[in-house]
Design a protein around this ligand. Structure first.
Ligand code: NDP
Length: 332
């Protein structure tokens, strides 16, 4: 089987020298283990900071070891009663074709007619992130206005739609191309969108919200966070979810005048999705319902085959994806 190792720590965008493709034998199954053939793998932005050797909420990837991350696969050999051959499972050993792991680390999923990749996106970690950040962290209420950055991506596209379906007064997103701006407004039901590559993020955010906004969902940091601080309403709340504008930058920028947060009595709260499991039942029920009713639009950008992982990852970090970025190894 084949897997991808971290060969070198990148200092900017990860290139081919970052990775080593390794062919190796799978280990024998022990009692309770399963052998999973991966169907679809995910690339997520948090993997980029994990390539650096710094202490964070997840330990860094180890040099000369296989990378890991979310995956959905099918059990092809089993020594676990709970997970017979043919079970579809999600687990944490991505970046490889096959995984041998203890059954307790694999979560069985019922596809119910949905593509397996949805469990890496709208019904998986990014979906939970959008839900937890908007409702649990920012405390969004019907009638409020919401600004979200990286709005055409996996998390952002769901934040905007959850807000709209949750009764938002106005939802505006920012994204990095005219095509993405059109998608947000024409297909995902955003009230407006801005293209940050046109420049003047500060001015564009102000113009998009003549009456300000109550909630900012931050995926980007940098100039977006600075503009949000300027234009958010008094007692506004910010869910600090990510800061992708800085992930490949050794000297990330940020807001210059934090005193704005004082005068406006803002709440700015960073969060990690794993701490919000208590909202999972509600998330799964509501989002499942919106998917079945067709009220929620879900987009993916798929790359094909393990060899495409490095391209998919750079593509994600540079905005080549619309919606969730995935790498498909085989059909469902
Ligand atoms: P996305 O699908 O949104 O992909 C990343 C997007 O970021 C790209 O498509 C690109 O879109 C945009 N981007 C890249 N560079 C920049 C830049 N310099 N300025 C503005 N936008 C940029 O990824 P996810 O939805 O998976 O993740 C979104 C954010 O959420 C990330 O910051 C991630 O780290 C964070 N996150 C946090 C979690 C938590 O628990 N706190 C859990 C999951 C995700 P464009 O074309 O618009 O530039």
């Amino acid at each position: 089987t084949r897997e991808i190792h971290l060969a070198q720590r990148p200092t900017a965008l990860p290139g081919p020298e970052t990775y080593r493709f390794v062919e190796r034998e799978l280990r024998e199954l022990r009692d309770g283990d399963v052998l999973v053939e991966n169907i679809v793998l995910t690339v997520d932005p948090y993997m980029r900071p994990r390539m650096n050797d710094v202490k964070s909420y997840v330990p860094p990837f180890k040099l000369d070891h296989a990378l890991d991350g979310g995956a959905v696969g099918v059990v092809v050999e089993s020594r676990s009663e709970a997970l017979p051959v043919g079970s579809i499972v999600s687990h944490g050993l991505g970046w490889r074709e096959h995984a041998v792991l203890a059954g307790q680390y694999a979560k069985r999923i019922e596809l119910n007619g949905l593509p397996s990749s949805y469990f890496l996106g709208v019904l998986g970690m990014p979906g939970m992130t959008a839900w937890a950040g908007l409702f649990d962290v920012a405390g969004f209420q019907p009638g409020e206005s919401v600004f979200v950055s990286a709005a055409a991506g996996a998390v952002g596209s769901l934040v905007g739609q959850f807000a709209r379906l949750g009764g938002a007064e106005r939802v505006v997103g920012s994204a990095g191309s005219a095509g993405k701006v059109a998608l947000l407004v024409d297909e995902l039901g955003f009230d407006a969108a801005i293209n940050y590559r046109d420049g003047d993020v500060m001015g564009q955010v102000g113009a998009a919200f003549p009456d300000g906004f109550d909630v900012y969902f931050d995926n980007v940091g940098g100039d977006h966070l600075e503009a949000a601080l300027e234009h958010i309403n008094e007692r506004g709340r910010m869910a600090l979810c990510g800061s992708i504008s800085g992930y490949n930058d050794p000297n990330p920028t940020g807001p210059r005048n934090m005193f704005k947060a004082v005068g406006k009595r803002l709440t700015m709260r960073g969060f990690i999705v794993g701490d919000h499991e208590h909202v999972r039942p509600e998330f799964e029920r509501k989002v499942g319902q919106w998917l079945r009713s067709g009220e929620l639009t879900y987009r993916e950008t798929a790359w094909e085959g393990l060899d495409a992982m490095p391209d998919a990852f750079v593509g994600l970090l540079t905005g080549k994806n619309t919606g969730k970025a995935i790498v498909r190894l085989r059909e469902d």
